[in-house]
Write a protein that binds this ligand. Sequence first.
Ligand code: NAP
Ligand code: ZN
Length: 357
Amino acid sequence: MNLMSKPVAYSVKAYSAASATSPLAASNIQRREPTDRDVQIEILYCGVCHSDLHFVRNEWGNGQYPAVPGHEIIGRVKKVGPKVTKFKVGDIAGVGCMVNADLSCPHCRAGNEQFSPSMIMTYGSTDKHLGGPTLGGYSEAIVVDEHFVLRVPENLDLAGVAPLLCAGITTYSPLRHWKVGPGKKVGIVGLGGLGHMGVKFARAFGTHVVVFTTSPGKKEDAIRLGAHEVIVSRNEDEMAKHAGTFDFILDAVSADHDINGLLNMLTPDGNMTLVGAPEKPFPISSFGLIFGRKSLSGSLIGGIAETQEMLYFCGEHNITCDIEMIRMDEINEAYERMLRSDVKYRFVIDMASLKAE
Ligand code: NAP
Ligand code: ZN
């Protein structure tokens, strides 16, 4: 790029990992001064997604260091560029997994910026303004093109809204795409950050919701969150009772598990959509799909318009994430707990704790 056009940068505090095997630690990073269409946001809360952990530890092979994860961002607008129309100083704003795309390709025009070849992720893409990797929300501030900044319903608890920016849209979008609603039996696999939002949305859309969990201790919570039934997926008898009965299954599991056993739960013409992105590929039995003309698909977050729709839906239905607030310096321990499926149901970092460091 033309160095003459490089924007002025300033320094902010962040938590970053120096390599795939280093813990996250305090550091300073650069942010650009807002250009024409940029919104500068002081971050109040940032959710902790399992993708942050996959990325920081290079489990997907796309790690870039220093790595600053975080793509469930809620903050207050501090400054806007001269051409910004959607936001003014003092507004509450949200940022999810994307911070840029060309906005002119067929995918962007269809509202699917997440599928654009030019899409820039909040962390781990190349920063076209300052060079180096894009750096996420485990930081004091972020500067983002206004198209990728979301409005936040004022009636909701802000810390509980933060994870909607990824866990919320990633579950809302496939449930909408596959048109689940009254009369459909829907399975949600894995009661973690994504899964618990899948339960809330599937219930709000009027389906019969069944949770598949490996944690018997989460049964009561699953019901409280909106499930009608709970299956402990390691119990063969419980699985056998429901075989062949699901119209749709959303798999939000972060680690290796028996995907063929889950396909066996689908009714003919049923669909299972993967949103979980474990490190290792799955072995898929073709017979599991052939018998019953079943389909297996995937889904990546959701477009900006749909993310905004989801946030307004949550505002109307009073839906937020169930969170456990942590300090920034508790992040490494939070990752270990996330690996043990010990989170109810999303960690959210109170960014005031980073400021205070
Ligand atoms: P999370 O909070 O850690 O939840 C994952 C859940 O998976 C756990 O709570 C656990 O639920 C279940 N689980 C864990 N290990 C398991 C195992 N070995 N076998 C079976 N179940 C197991 O993670 P998350 O933040 O919700 O993310 C889930 C996955 O989605 C991650 O891979 C993440 O990278 C991916 N993701 C994808 C997108 C997308 O756009 N597609 C967006 C965000 C995240 P139980 O205790 O109930 O069994
Ligand atoms: Zn995420």
